[in-house]
Design a protein. Structure first.
Lengths: 130, 647
């Protein structure tokens, strides 16, 4: 019985709740990385999470439309990211976590760099998508 | 019994004991039930709603529930049809953000006739306490379901049916739309306790019991999480019909969190009723194997087979459900008929079986009389009232006493040549006496029996099927054949019917090579024909040109034309060939299932498996309890075979 109780307690301790409408750990392979280099085709600044859509090649070299999940508007605003911070056509480099689902072009933002002016996000400890 | 269940049971007993004591006191005092309205702050949920991925500990998942959990990824939320869906009903009480309970009062008596509960990511959830019954099984399901409440002394017992499918917890475990939920809500001073019983025999071997505690806090009302999801898919790519899922064995999350917590065995984390009772200690101690355990399972009292069948009862009756605008759904002995009823007459999509024709006709005539021919009171007086020659009185009163007859059936549209859809063609079409342009001598009517029968409309493949003997089945009577056929991707009726365009869309190589669905464009209703059923897997006749991909394409086309009203529900209504009235989320759920099954069978076939081996691998296991059948005219094995042969 003690072990069963411990198992239940462990499950409770490792659980978490979030405002997000889905779980990052459940959606993305958080132990893996993916790097995208391409142009922004859409920036959706919204809640619960913003999305940056980037046209960038997949590992085979074929161009794909990637949906990169970012923070909600409050989190991004606090970091100085506004609705007009990114523009369609901006060339960016994004490091992120790939989707758990094979064949899905979905990525969790870890950091973003715009080489043209040095704009970055995700380079300090506070800038983590929540 | 594990810790979680022990706590839940204890909570339930506490509720009952406390309620009993208070009941006695209330009865003695003649007191009213406590006021549960207000703003409530979530204090604690016995079981958090978002465990690690693939952690099913404490859940009595059956085999189907485990497979469904393993193969359903979180990114299913990113599909266009699900982006705005609220949290699943079982999750709402333990979701963050608090709860607001509002009272609905009768304006005259000021009696409480209902409550509405709001959460952060929810629609208003009504709880009716005015004694109304639950809707029939063919009524639509919603994210909040249909809840009725009954005060048992101090405790409000809430019973909820008509829920959409969703999830039991985050991280995998799903619920079917056969889920029912019972909640016991008790107020103790400023504490509100909720004991929730989630009963879904499709995926659980016994109901899941959970307790949640709230504290009254006037400043704790839930924020509103408006959905500003745009139409783009969150999942990236360019395929708007992308359905994320894991093939069996592909989910990388299974056992993942145990890598850092190696002292937890995998077996109970995979769920199962035998792992949640104290008897499981024998397994932990190495004294027994889990399969050898006997545990006191509290099985669901829900008769799922009956509840599914009740969505499309074969009771020899016609049940009428108003949908939207001029459109009605007639549930006619196991098959659905969609009817547009208005001042232009009646247009039906499908005619039902031959033996039901008289009852269908009677129901349609009743509808036409009540919807169109019913007398209405005069609202205009004098000499210039629209539609009334000369002075309104007494002319209008005599007209009211003798209203014009209801208009007859003008169109019979067939979505396929299936007997349950075309069997009533002859009788329904022949019942019409719709004359235009001077009757038989005029222009514009159908070629046969000009102006005196309804026009039967269908894809030309329906005419080919009905006019050609097949094996021992003779051709249908000529008067039942379609006379207005089309071969293209779509076909518009040549005129508005009851104030709206009606468009037929051909679903290529779907159930057969001759299927269509029908869109009533102003009423926002789609009659899906056999592409969609809420009681079975779709019938696919490969010998007649059907294919799984054609069915999926047809459902995707329906989704492309449909728009949810709000929060991924309502809006465009979809009438299935059989079963309950549905909306975009329901069609998406059905489409998702077919994509998952198609991909599994394709994967097995690519691995070189024979048909028998594929059947033995049970690629439909997690959906069989909901849609499968081992008997009857369309079995699960026939469904698997049809997919295997069409891939």
């Amino acid at each position: 019985m003690r072990k069963v109780l411990l198992i239940a307690a462990a499950a409770a301790l490792t659980a978490s709740t979030t405002l997000a409408h889905h779980s990052f750990g459940a959606t993305y392979e958080v132990s893996k990385s993916i790097k995208l280099e391409g142009a922004i085709v859409q920036f959706v600044y919204r809640n619960p999470h913003s999305f940056v859509h980037v046209e960038a090649p997949d590992p085979s070299g074929a161009s794909q439309r990637w949906a990169v999940e970012w923070g909600g508007t409050s989190q991004l605003e606090q970091a100085g990211v506004k609705r007009d911070s990114l523009k369609v056509g901006d060339k960016v480099i994004i490091n992120g976590r790939p989707s758990r689902v094979p064949g899905e072009y979905r990525v969790l933002m870890v950091n973003l760099t715009r080489p043209s002016d040095g704009f970055t996000w995700g380079r300090n400890a506070a800038e983590v998508v929540d | 019994m594990n810790a979680r269940n022990r706590i839940a049971t204890a909570a339930l007993l506490l509720v009952v004991a406390s309620a009993t004591l208070v009941n006695l006191r209330l009865a003695a005092q003649g007191a009213r039930p406590p006021d549960i309205a207000g703003e409530w702050r979530l204090d604690s949920a016995e079981d958090p709603g978002q465990p690690p991925l693939a952690d099913y500990l404490g859940l009595a998942l059956n085999e189907a529930g485990r497979l469904r959990a393993d193969t359903t990824p979180e990114s299913i939320w990113g599909t266009p049809e699900y982006q705005c869906r609220p949290h699943s009903a079982p999750h709402q009480w333990r979701g963050v953000g608090g709860a607001r309970i509002l009272k609905d009062l009768d304006p005259i008596s000021r009696e409480i006739v209902g409550y509405r509960v709001q959460f952060m990511r929810s629609l208003d959830r009504p709880i009716f306490v005015d004694g109304r019954p639950h809707p029939p099984a063919w009524a639509p399901h919603s994210w909040s379901g249909f809840s009725t409440g009954e005060w048992i002394g101090h405790t409000l017992k809430v019973t909820t049916t008509h829920l959409k499918d969703g999830y039991l917890k985050r991280g995998g475990p799903q619920t079917s739309d056969m889920l029912t939920m019972t909640e016991f809500i008790t107020r103790h001073d400023d504490t509100l306790s909720i004991v929730q019983v989630v009963d879904d025999p499709i995926y659980l071997d016994e109901p899941y019991v959970l307790s949640i505690t709230y504290t009254y806090d006037p400043n704790a009302g839930p924020p509103t999480e408006n959905c500003s999801g745009s139409s783009f898919a969150e999942n990236g790519g360019r395929d708007r019909h992308w359905v994320p899922h894991f093939l069996p064995g592909q989910n990388s999350g299974i056992g993942e969190f145990l890598k850092t917590q190696t002292w937890i065995p995998l077996e109970p984390v995979r769920g199962g009723v035998k792992t949640i009772y104290p008897e499981y200690r024998a397994v932990l101690n190495g004294a027994a194997k889990v399969d050898s355990l006997t545990v006191p399972v509290s099985r669901s009292a829900n008769d799922i087979a009956k509840r599914i069948a009740d969505q499309s009862p074969r009771d020899g009756q016609v049940h009428v459900l108003p949908i939207q605008g001029n459109i009605y759904m007639l549930v006619a002995d196991g098959t659905n008929i969609t009817a547009s009823v208005g001042r232009d007459g009646i247009a039906v999509v499908n005619a039902g079986s031959a033996q039901m024709s008289d009852k269908v006709l009677a129901a349609l005539n009743d509808l036409a009389r009540s919807a169109v021919g019913a007398p209405t009171a005069n609202t205009c007086f004098g000499a210039n009232c629209p539609g009334i020659p000369s002075w309104s009185s007494p002319y209008f009163n005599t007209v009211v006493a003798s209203p014009r007859p209801a208009r007859p059936i003008r169109y019979v549209i067939n979505t396929s040549a299936a007997p349950e859809h075309v069997g009533g063609n002859e009788k329904l079409a022949g019942s019409a006496n719709f004359r235009r342009a001077g009757g038989a001598a005029g222009f514009g009517g159908a070629a046969r029996d000009l102006g005196t029968t309804a026009t039967i409309v269908a894809h030309e493949g329906v005419l080919a099927a009905m006019s050609t003997p097949s094996g021992k089945t003779p051709a249908a009577p000529e008067r039942a054949w379609p006379v207005d056929t089309f071969f293209d991707e779509f076909h518009k009726l040549s005129e508005y019917v009851n104030g709206e365009p009606v468009i037929l869309y051909h679903a290529k190589a779907a159930n057969t090579d001759a299927d269509s669905f029908v869109f009533f464009r102003h009423s926002e209703v789609i009659a899906a024909g056999d592409l969609f059923s809420t009681i079975s897997y779709p019938r696919i006749d490969t010998a007649k040109g059907g294919s799984i991909q054609g069915v999926i394409d047809g459902l995707n086309h329906i989704l492309d034309l449909s728009v949810a009203e709000y929060r991924s529900q309502g809006g465009t209504w979809i009438v299935p060939g059989q079963g309950r009235l549905s909306d975009t989320a329901d069609v998406a759920s059905y489409r998702n299932m077919l994509v998952m099954i198609r991909d599994r069978i394709r994967d097995l076939k690519r691995k070189g498996m024979t048909l028998d081996q594929v059947k033995a691998a049970r690629p439909t296991l997690d959906f069989d309890g909901r849609y499968g059948s081992s008997t009857g005219a369309w079995t699960t094995n026939m469904f698997i075979e049809a997919i295997y042969r069409s891939l």
